[in-house]
Design a protein around this ligand. Structure first.
Ligand code: SF4
Length: 454
């Protein structure tokens, strides 16, 4: 048998084109917006798709894939705007024939499916936050229960998030999450342990526990708080060198977890616990279930039980009725408590929330923003002073990446993407994902500088 070269080339060229077309057709691009909980949802979707040997990618803002799934955020105004703009960008790409299929999932879609379907009809289908099976069917993939213990991760391979529950039973007046994500549902203990083991086997060294409300973990299915037990169990998993807790809730905080933090070397002396405010009248109207005294007592308890712990918190300014006096009290609180890490949001009125239905959004936007700026100014000075105190000390630093001049990493007191980074001199070749002893030689507001100790 002989082939006419031209015909052979012609045939192969078209075969190649056909293959890349089919490859592009098959490839699914998952765009994730919003919080780390949304990221885990995208990873769970990718895990199922991967189980079908369908190629996928995360966050590619290009048009290499024919099918795009946008996992949206619907928490507050800014996040909603970013989600709508991203949908519009890919809707435009679809109109121009750059992509074929466009699906939208996540919180914004759950909350505004009808409005979005009318306003942006280019999207093939909108899904809610509990529609995994329906999305997979749309993507020609079957849902495989046996994959629940597995997870494809989109983060650098040395750290991963572990979402320990979904939804929330709290009633914070400013928050739409319970409306979107529903009631609190804990992930079964053993399933979390097997997910963590599978991630550790894949080389994950840092596991970040997340939820809407970490403190509530276990109360629904085990009728008791199981966070301390979970942290202890995870600390026994070989390969996990840092276990970090995010999104704890102050009221009814499971204080036994502090003992685990104190005793288990690989449970980071770090807690992310949003307090939102400190004025009793604001906390009452926010329906937070904790008051000024309880908040301060808890902070003191945390610092007593775990000496040297880093506390990250989040505050909300401009809540309806927040007076100048309330704000002064909040500023004093920030100055007095000297949090290691702090983020601040401005109140965004959300329909169907208790605040949106019952309070007038009476603090002008420019006042909200001015208050947020003032809090961050105070915090920057505190962060700078705390960082300066680290000069000369030695810390374990996990290396996240390499840049031209430095390796960049974090101490156990810094969570990825939200906290400080350590810029490590390149006086020795280092491996991303490894943990090294670093002596701090310099400090700035949100950065530390250091070198490897011999
Ligand atoms: S704890 Fe409050 S702020 Fe957090 S998700 Fe639940 S209702 Fe929202």
């Amino acid at each position: 048998m002989f082939l006419n070269t031209n015909r052979y080339l012609y045939f192969n060229f078209h075969l190649l084109t056909l293959c890349s077309y089919l490859k592009k057709m098959a490839k699914i691009n998952i765009i994730t917006l919003g919080c780390s909980k949304n990221l885990v949802d995208s990873e769970n979707l990718a895990t199922q798709i991967n189980g079908e040997n369908i190629e996928f990618a995360f966050d590619e803002f290009n048009f290499d894939s024919d099918t795009v799934v946008i996992n949206t955020c619907g928490f507050i105004a800014d996040a909603k705007e970013e989600s709508v703009n991203t949908i519009l960008e890919f809707a435009e790409a679809k109109k121009n024939g750059k992509i074929k299929n466009l699906y939208v999932i996540g919180c914004l879609s759950e909350r505004y499916k009808e409005e979005l379907s009318k306003d942006i009809p280019e999207v093939d289908k909108y899904f809610g936050v509990n529609d995994m099976k329906e999305i997979l069917k749309q993507l020609n993939a079957d849902y495989k229960k046996e994959l629940l213990g597995e997870r494809v991760i989109s983060t650098p391979s040395h750290f991963a998030y572990l979402k320990i529950s979904e939804g929330c039973d709290r009633t914070c007046a400013f928050c739409a999450i319970p409306l979107i994500r529903g009631k609190h549902v804990s992930v079964p203990f053993d399933l979390l342990v097997s997910q963590a083991k599978s991630l550790a086997k894949k080389g994950v060294k840092e596991l970040i526990l997340i939820a809407q409300d970490l403190s509530y973990y276990g109360l629904d299915i085990y009728k008791k708080q199981k966070l301390p037990e979970l942290a202890e169990k995870l600390s026994e998993i070989k390969g996990l060198e840092i276990i970090r807790l995010h999104y704890a809730y102050p009221a009814n905080f499971p204080e036994d977890v502090l003992k685990v933090m104190r005793e288990k070397k690989n449970v980071a002396k770090y807690i992310d616990i949003p307090f939102q405010h400190i004025s009793d009248s604001v906390l009452r109207r926010m329906r937070r279930g904790h008051n000024r005294k309880q908040t301060i007592d808890l902070i003191k308890k945390i610092r007593q039980e775990v000496p040297g712990i880093a506390i990250r918190t989040t505050l909300l300014v401009g809540f309806p009725g927040e007076t100048e006096k309330d704000f002064e009290e909040l500023k004093d609180f920030v100055k007095e408590m000297r949090f290691d890490r702090l983020g601040v949001f401005t109140y965004s009125e959300e329909e169907n929330t208790y605040g949106g239905d019952n309070y007038e959004d009476d603090v002008p936007d420019e006042v909200k923003q001015a208050r947020a700026d003032e809090i961050m100014e105070i915090q920057q000075q505190i962060s700078y002073e705390i960082n300066r105190q680290k000069i000369g000390k030695i810390f374990n630093v996990i290396i996240d990446k390499e840049t031209g001049e430095y390796y960049i990493g974090r101490t156990e007191f810094d969570s990825p993407e939200v906290d400080n980074e350590v810029f490590v001199n390149k006086n020795k070749p280092l491996k991303t994902g490894n943990i090294y002893e670093v002596k701090i030689t310099g400090a700035d507001t949100f950065e530390l500088y250091g070198e490897i100790t011999d």
